[in-house]
Write a protein that binds this ligand. Structure first.
Ligand SMILES: C[C@H](O)[C@H](O)[C@H]1CNC2=NC(N)=NC(=O)C2=N1
Length: 97
């Protein structure tokens, strides 16, 4: 099972992820896309990455606003897998937002 990050490790990771915060044992980011269709494109691209990595974010879709929550369910909190996933989600948003 993946190791949980310490609070200090989470703080250090967040310093490189300015659009993310830590809430309730998860890395959380919201993003508003120009349209619902573009929001769904982002979701589809993130879904592909999540399947490849076998690590899946919780995703909330409200019209064109997406909220991603990255936590390792099997570990019960934030692990290095979530930091990597957050970086990959940033990459998708940078490319499509
Ligand atoms: C067997 C497989 O690796 C697990 O079920 C994976 C799938 N995706 C997952 N995603 C997340 N975010 N947390 C998990 O614990 C998790 N477990």
């Amino acid at each position: 099972m993946a190791e949980l990050l310490t609070d200090d490790q989470v703080t250090a990771a967040l310093s490189t992820l300015p659009d993310w915060s830590a809430r309730d044992g998860a890395l959380v980011r919201s993003a508003e896309l120009p349209s619902f269709a573009q929001a769904i494109q982002v979701v589809n691209r993130v879904a592909e990455i999540a399947e490849n990595d076998d690590h899946h974010p919780d995703i909330d879709i409200r019209w064109r606003t997406l909220t991603f929550r990255c936590r390792t369910h099997s570990s019960g909190g934030i692990t290095a897998l979530d930091v990597s996933l957050a970086e990959e989600i940033d990459g998708v948003l940078d490319a499509l937002a």
